[in-house]
Ligand binder design. Structure first.
Ligand code: SF4
Length: 101
């Protein structure tokens, strides 16, 4: 149902899952899990950065990720994303965007 700020998230869902997928910015994610909690399709889950992912971080991203135990969000079921945008809105670090698969 539309509201003052635009369509409600559920109304924005793509009926065909997987056309858009969440992309997590590894230099921004601080593992706060808001995206995991809000996703209605269990697309996102917490994981631990692999050593090659740690090496690819910016220096600031490296320090932030170290401080948070290397835990970040991963799109483990990206093919089930319905592009509602709830994770994008929920992330306090603005670390998630939706991109074409
Ligand atoms: S856009 Fe919606 S369905 Fe897709 S990962 Fe984010 S919260 Fe889940």
């Amino acid at each position: 149902m539309p509201n003052a700020t635009g369509p409600a998230p559920a109304d924005r869902c793509d009926e065909t899952p997987g056309r858009l997928r969440p992309v997590v910015d590894r230099d921004r994610c601080e593992g706060k899990e808001a995206c995991v909690e809000v996703c209605p399709y269990d697309v996102l889950a917490m994981g631990t950065l692999a050593s090659e992912e740690r090496r690819a971080l910016s220096w600031l991203g490296w320090f932030k990720s170290l401080a948070h135990g290397w835990r970040q969000a991963y799109a483990v079921r990206a093919d089930q994303c319905h592009a509602c945008g709830l994770c994008v809105e929920a992330c306090p670090e603005k670390a998630i965007k939706l991109a074409r698969a």
